[in-house]
Design a binder for this molecule. Sequence first.
Ligand code: ADP
Ligand code: MG
Length: 680
Amino acid sequence: MAEPLLNLRAVRRDYPSGEGTLAVLKGIDLAIEAGEMVAIVGPSGSGKSTLMNLLGGLDRPTSGSYRIAGREVGTLEPDELAALRREHFGFIFQRYHLLGELSALGNVEIPAIYAGRAPEERRRRAAGLLARLGMAERTGHRPGQLSGGQQQRVSIARALMNDAAVILADEPTGALDRHSGEEVLRILDELHAEGRTVVIVTHDMTVANRAGRIIEISDGAIVADHRVERPAAGTGAMAAKRDGFGPTLPTAPEAGLPPPDREEPAPPEPGGRGVGRVRAFAGRLGEALRMALLSMMAHRLRSFLTMLGIIIGIASVVCVVALGEGSRQRVLSNISSLGTNTLEIFAGRDFGDVRSAKITTLVVADAEALARQAYVAAVTPTVSSSSTARFAGKEASAQVNGVSEQYFLAKGTKLAQGRFFDADATRTRAQEVVIDENTRKALFGGFAGSPVGQVIFVGDVPARVVGVTQPQQGGFGSSQNLSLYLPYTTVQTRVLGSTSLRSITVRVSDTVATDLAEQAVTQFLARRHGAKDFFILNTDDIRQTITATTRTMTVLIAVIAVISLVVGGIGVMNIMLVSVSERVGEIGVRMAVGARQADILQQFLIEAMLVCLLGGVLGIALALGFGVAFSRLTTSFSLVYSSTAILAAVLCSTAIGLLFGYLPARRASRLDPVAALARG
Ligand code: ADP
Ligand code: MG
């Protein structure tokens, strides 16, 4: 004789309790044939639910043997058990165990999602099942909007979704009124008539009497097992499900249930099995994404607060990087306005040298000697002083620069009007002056004619304006400064009364590298002076120093950003752990209908990632908004966003979701289904 469909031999189930163990099932021997309808009765606490959970593969025996269609359950892995539940068992619980966030249709669909059915097909089947159970009008209702009887019908539809051969109903009418209870029992009768194996737990003898076989259980042991004569509900169909685990199921149109459109294993696709599997996986991934979105929407405030850490972290990173880049670009543009490949030679050992003002070793002869070097394109000695400039009753304090005619060439200064003074002017200490735009505004603001040709007073020295320079693009120091350019000979003799120089500016030939020129100048001057009593500022050096400084700043910022994101990530982990323990019941239900451990892991990981990713996107939006506000406040400076930083921020927040979501997700996936259901 063939082995019974469900076959228990000396099955024990012990629970650890305090020091010892509590024996709940004490050696159960039970065989249930395919197509039977069995009622299990007994007092509360006798072990009925424990037995049901064992029968349905939610739990495993502590000892003894349980074989389902010849397969030993004790040796199966959790995912193999999940596959068994998914494909062959349908659970109906006293408390329905529907997911409150999903519609009736959504609840019914779940088992098919884990079975990898196509969305179209499973929606059609779920709607069909609900319609046949009299729920056609309520497919979009949430469980909270349905009566107990209606909810139980939804849960029956869910049990039938994957066309289970065995229906396990644990006190399905326990929470229902008489009428609804009758309805549910009628449906179970129909399912039995279709050839399904139905096991129903009850403490109501009138319910039990509808079954063909009643098993009485007391204190963890079977005390009676008798078959009753009952009007044949579908004797013809009885044997039909003998091979119950085969892919086909006899259709029973008269039973009023949809013909189960269980598919034959799909015919090999052109791409082979792999393609189908990938598609099923992608489908489950899509569902996990949808579920994650749903649960985020259901807990909006909590999700937002979780995100807040990530939002602030990402926004500050993006902002600070943009600020750094903005200031770097500004400083660099200021430097380039200083002129390219110029060297500025100062007296003293470096900027901080207090004696530099008194050192008078840098002289005009040095400049003249340098001018004869092959690698030098232009040289100008510079002296400087500050003084008051006056014209027609207006006066302003100005920086007086004594330079040679080559200064403008060396610096690349451009004229707006007039001309520069020439070599003759330098030689003859001419009282000619080139003024800058600021000076023009200050002295000639209300003046009708051209400033060129007018005579201004520089201190007590009269000087004729010969040219006006173009406004400078930034430059070091305040752009409000007034600058005057006179021949250095004029300034030395008439303003300063001293022949020492402040500095010598050298423009290096375009064909010579600035570094080499700097070395050559250093050697040349050191030999002339017999000592290195000067220092050279190279604009390239300044540029490099600034670039290096901003790089250091960026590293510093990155470190702070990582710290803040880790703190945000820990917040995410914390909330995800809360979320998992809050949703233990949901996890139990998903496991009962056949979710793999990987499915649960995926769902919570995706949720964590989604929270972080959304937080990242909001953070970037916040940073961009800050940039707009910033540009309203000031025009002299702007944030420069780097797409690399933004991309890195998004990747970073996703990675944080993965990293910090993993622990909670793993905890969820490792839950014991029975314990999870009980806690839910
Ligand atoms: P019934 O469904 O017949 O009312 P149960 O099968 O739910 O009874 O429980 C039988 C006994 O097993 C009860 O005494 C209960 O306290 C115990 N029990 C059930 N689950 C657990 C568990 N996870 N840990 C410890 N004891 C349990
Ligand atoms: Mg029970």
